[in-house]
Design a protein around this ligand. Structure first.
Ligand SMILES: C[C@@](CO)(OP(=O)(O)O)[C@H](O)COP(=O)(O)OP(=O)(O)OC[C@H]1O[C@@H](n2ccc(N)nc2=O)[C@H](O)[C@@H]1O
Ligand SMILES: Nc1ncnc2c1ncn2[C@@H]1O[C@H](COP(=O)(O)OP(=O)(O)O)[C@@H](O)[C@H]1O
Length: 282
C-alpha cells in the first residue's frame, strides 16, 4: 500500500483498575492505573500536502474541526517543529466517544506518531509523549504503546505484561463527562497506594465506580448485566464496562447472551499497540 493511502490504527484502551491516591495543586488527580490495549480501533489516513494547512476530510459530528484531537495534535507538532507543510486527515471512527476507551486520545497519539514519520521530524518517543500530555492525560500511554502500570496523572509509565484475555465491552447509552466525575465531592481521593503485585493478586477496584454508577443509572445497569458472566469493571470514568474471559468461546457465549439493549464488542486484550506494527511496516 502506498504511504498516502496507509490506514493507521488508533486502538482503544482499558483501565484494568484505577485508584485515586491524591490531587495536585492544579486540581488534577493522582492515579494508579493499569492500561491494556484492545483490538478495537479507529483508523486514520494522513495525506501530507505542501500548503501549510491542517484539515479534516470528515469532521466528527459535534466536534468543531479545531477542537478535534487529531487536528490539535497535528497543529502542536507543526508549532513545535516549525514544519512548513500540512496534512489532510481522514478518521474512520469506531470507538464510542466519551466511553472511557480513550478514543480521542488514541487518535491524537496516532497522529503524533504517524506525522512524526510522514513529515520526517525524527522526534523521539519520549518527546512525543511529552507533547501528547499537553493534549490530555491519556495521550502518553497510546504513544508509549505497551501495557503499563501508570502513576502521576497517567504519564509515569512502567511497562508490564498482563494476560491477553478475551474481553466483552458494553457501552451503555450515555456519555460520561470525565471532568464532571473528577469534580464530584463524593469521589474517593485518598485511596492507599498499592503495588503491582497487589493488582496481580486481584486488586481491581476503580475509584470512579460509585460516583459514575450514581450519576449514570445505565452504567449501573450495564455492570449488573455483565456481572452475570464474569467480574464486571468500569474502564476509566466510563461509560463502558467490560469483563475478561480466558477463552474466546466463553467470551463469545457471554457476548451472544447479552440483551442487545446496548452496543457491545467482543475483543482481545493486547500488550503491544498495533500502532507500532503499523509504523514498522511503513
Ligand atoms: C481518568 C482517565 C483514565 O484513563 O479517564 P478516561 O477519560 O479514560 O475515562 C484518564 O486519565 C482521563 O484522561 P483524559 O480523558 O485525557 O482527561 P483530560 O482531557 O486530561 O482531563 C479532563 C478533565 O478531567 C480531570 N482530570 C483528568 C485526569 C486526571 N488525572 N485528573 C483530573 O482531575 C480534569 O478536570 C480535566 O480537566
Ligand atoms: N478525534 C476525536 N475522537 C473522539 N473524541 C474527540 C476527538 N477529538 C476531540 N474529541 C472530544 O473528546 C471527548 C472525549 O472523547 P473520548 O476520547 O472518545 O472519550 P474518553 O476519554 O471517555 O475515552 C469527546 O466527547 C469529544 O468532544
Amino acid at each position: 500500500m502506498s504511504e498516502v493511502n496507509k490506514r493507521w490504527p488508533a486502538p482503544a484502551k482499558l483501565n484494568l483498575m484505577l485508584r485515586i491516591v491524591g490531587q495536585r495543586e492544579d486540581g488534577y488527580h493522582l492515579l494508579q492505573t493499569v492500561f491494556q490495549f484492545i483490538d478495537l480501533c479507529d483508523w486514520l489516513v494522513f495525506r501530507p500536502i505542501s500548503d501549510s494547512v491542517i484539515s479534516l476530510r470528515n469532521p466528527l459530528p459535534g466536534v468543531p474541526e479545531d477542537q478535534d484531537l487529531t487536528y490539535r495534535a497535528a497543529r502542536l507538532l507543526k508549532d513545535e517543529t516549525g514544519y512548513k507543510g500540512g496534512v489532510v486527515i481522514e478518521i474512520e471512527k469506531h470507538l464510542p466517544m466519551g466511553g472511557g476507551l480513550g478514543g480521542g486520545s488514541s487518535d491524537a497519539a496516532t497522529t503524533l506518531v504517524a506525522l512524526n514519520d510522514l513529515w520526517r521530524l525524527r522526534l523521539s518517543r519520549e518527546r512525543l509523549m511529552q507533547l501528547g500530555l499537553r493534549l490530555g492525560a491519556d495521550v502518553p500511554i497510546f504513544v508509549f504503546g505497551h501495557s503499563a502500570w501508570a502513576e502521576g496523572v497517567g504519564e509515569v509509565l512502567q511497562e508490564i505484561e498482563v494476560p491477553e484475555k478475551w474481553v466483552v465491552v458494553l457501552k451503555p447509552d450515555c456519555h460520561v463527562d470525565t471532568k464532571e466525575i473528577f469534580s464530584s465531592k463524593d469521589l474517593t481521593r485518598d485511596s492507599k497506594s498499592i503495588k503491582i503485585a497487589d493488582f496481580i493478586a486481584g486488586q481491581h477496584q476503580n475509584d470512579c465506580l460509585d460516583v459514575v454508577r450514581k450519576f449514570y443509572p445505565s452504567v449501573d445497569g450495564a455492570l449488573r448485566e455483565l456481572s452475570d458472566f464474569s467480574e464486571a469493571r468500569l474502564t476509566g470514568t466510563g461509560a463502558c464496562v467490560f469483563a475478561q474471559f480466558d477463552t474466546e468461546l466463553a467470551a463469545k457465549k457471554a457476548y451472544l447472551s447479552l440483551s442487545r439493549k446496548w452496543q457491545s464488542y467482543l475483543c482481545k486484550g493486547m500488550n503491544r499497540s498495533p500502532l507500532y506494527s503499523s509504523l514498522n511496516d511503513a
